[in-house]
Design a protein around this ligand. Structure first.
Ligand code: URA
Length: 223
């Protein structure tokens, strides 16, 4: 019931229609908004993200960046947040870092089309600042529902923000990478963000070893 109300409101908002609710209904929707994406299917989830106003980033975004790729992918790649180009085009990892990510994927026999790529945040933080914890928390339900829908064999967290948020850790990437983690039963590997690798190409060999570990883990799940 609550979710129906939530969906109805999301659709109406997406159509630009103001929604007036009784105090009771407001309360129920507020409670449902704390878990924004519980049982939504792909089109509903996409719609919900497109009309999201759960944090202040909705005011400055050009486009939401939902995620892209194969909805039944074995590999789920999770980055930080959209940058300027992603905000403009509504697609994740389309700038220079994205080109390097594409090359990294090709090196392990995957492609943008075979994996699913998403971010911790669906909207661009102004001036590409780090996501605030409140923004990551507001967006978390969308990503959790994407993980449930994709059911990947392996999650690759690229960069500090993705890894720290997903693993609820304050450790640097150097301490989280190079070993398997578990996210609700799904193996997760941490590696450096491609934007960092562009600045520090000498670290690429470590990312290569992380990708090989991720591939081994994904293959084990398939076996
Ligand atoms: N960096 C990210 O973490 N995500 C993007 O979508 C683009 C750049």
């Amino acid at each position: 019931m609550v979710h129906l109300e939530q969906k109805r409101r999301a659709y109406l908002q997406a159509m630009g229609i103001d929604v007036w609710l009784s105090r009771d209904a407001e309360q129920r929707v507020a409670e449902a908004d704390a878990e924004p994406a519980l049982d939504l299917d792909w089109p509903e989830l996409r719609q919900c993200v497109a009309s999201c106003t759960r944090c202040e980033l909705s005011a400055s975004r050009t486009n939401t960046v939902f995620g892209v790729g194969n909805q039944q992918a074995d590999w789920l790649i999770i980055g930080e947040a959209p940058g300027a180009e992603e905000d403009r085009r509504g697609e994740p990892f389309v700038g220079r870092a994205g080109q390097l990510l594409d090359q990294m994927l090709l090196a392990i026999g995957q492609s943008r089309e075979s994996v699913f790529i998403a971010n911790i945040l669906k909207c661009r933080p102004p001036h590409n600042r780090d996501p605030k914890p409140t923004e990551a928390a507001a967006c978390r339900g969308y990503l959790e529902r994407q993980i449930e829908l994709v059911q990947p064999k392996i999650i690759l967290a690229v960069g500090k923000i993705a890894a720290q948020n997903l693993l609820d850790s304050g450790d640097p990437v150097g301490r989280m990478r190079g070993r398997p983690h578990d996210l609700g039963g799904i193996p997760l590997v941490v590696t450096y963000h491609p934007a960092y690798l562009l600045r520090s190409p000498s670290q690429k060999h470590k990312s290569w070893s992380d990708l090989c570990l991720a591939k081994r883990l994904a293959d084990e799940v398939s076996a």
